[in-house]
Design a protein around this ligand. Structure first.
Ligand code: SAM
Length: 248
């Protein structure tokens, strides 16, 4: 069927590609990929010869118009990212919006997503969760973002570059409290997959004392605020609002 397919690809273990993903990637006219060299290797591995076209964060908006025109003329295309589900901390949302606005059918073809794998393996509550993506790299903005999340009852999910893990754990311990339970999920679905289920303070001490440093890809899950902590955070936010209003 013509349309835009959003195809999930493995986040480490190539066996996680789905039968449907392989059929769609083989059958579409074009595969849109974040990094065409990286994706060529994936498609080669599965013996798929479909032409690739680059679609990354720097050209997504401008690509969208031409791609949507081709989709409207009846072509079928699959969007993939370097790993996991497209449009999750990856390009895709703008293209989906443009396709949907033009009346082009959009078909998700589900596959692995690091955030969900990290959540379900964390042992933390899964009833409500908030995907927060990457925190800002600069400390002041990161602290402000964590402060904004301090009263959130849902389990929080972050993507964390390995070089930023200690800084993120340290800021999270300060803003959310070191006693909050958390799980550092590293190298999911890969050979050295690791779940460290602990508290923010203990995770900081543990990873801070590893002489080899921290490597690999990381999802950090943090327990949501208790009812009492949420009330304190809410009161703090109201006081800050009041102070800001008083200054005006
Ligand atoms: N679209 C992807 C998805 O659906 O999960 C996420 C892409 S985002 C650019 C890349 C980040 O996802 C990494 O920095 C890491 O935080 C997380 N990630 C991806 N693969 C992972 C893995 N195998 N184990 C742990 N985290 C992973």
């Amino acid at each position: 069927q013509p349309g835009l397919y959003l195809v999930g690809t493995p986040i480490g273990n190539l066996e996680d590609i789905s039968v449907r993903a392989l059929r769609v990637l083989r059958g579409v006219d074009t595969v849109l990929a974040e990094d065409t060299r990286h994706s060529r290797r994936l498609l080669d591995h599965f013996g798929i010869r479909t032409p690739l076209l680059s679609c990354h964060e720097h050209n997504e908006q401008q690509r969208a118009r031409a791609v949507v025109q081709r989709l409207q003329s009846g072509e079928s295309m699959a969007l993939i990212s370097d790993a996991g589900m497209p449009a999750i901390s990856d390009p895709g949302a703008a293209l989906v919006a443009a396709a949907a606005a033009a009346g082009v059918p959009v078909w998700p073809v589900p596959g692995p997503c690091a955030a969900l794998c990290g959540l379900v393996g964390s042992g933390l509550p899964t009833g409500q969760f908030l995907f927060c993506g990457f925190l800002p790299p600069k400390q002041a903005a990161r602290r402000a973002e964590l402060r904004r999340l301090a009263g959130q009852r849902a389990t929080l999910l972050f993507y964390v570059p390995p070089h930023a893990l200690l800084a993120v754990l340290s800021d999270a311990a300060e803003e959310l409290g070191g006693a909050r339970r958390c799980c550092v999920a590293r190298e999911l679905t890969k050979l050295h997959e690791e779940f460290s289920r602990t508290t923010l303070a203990e995770a900081l001490a543990d990873y801070g004392s590893r002489p080899e440093g921290v490597k690999g890809e990381i999802v950090l899950a943090v327990e949501g605020a208790s009812e009492a902590a949420a009330a304190v955070a809410e009161a703090g936010a109201q006081a800050a609002l009041g102070a800001a209003a008083g200054q005006r």
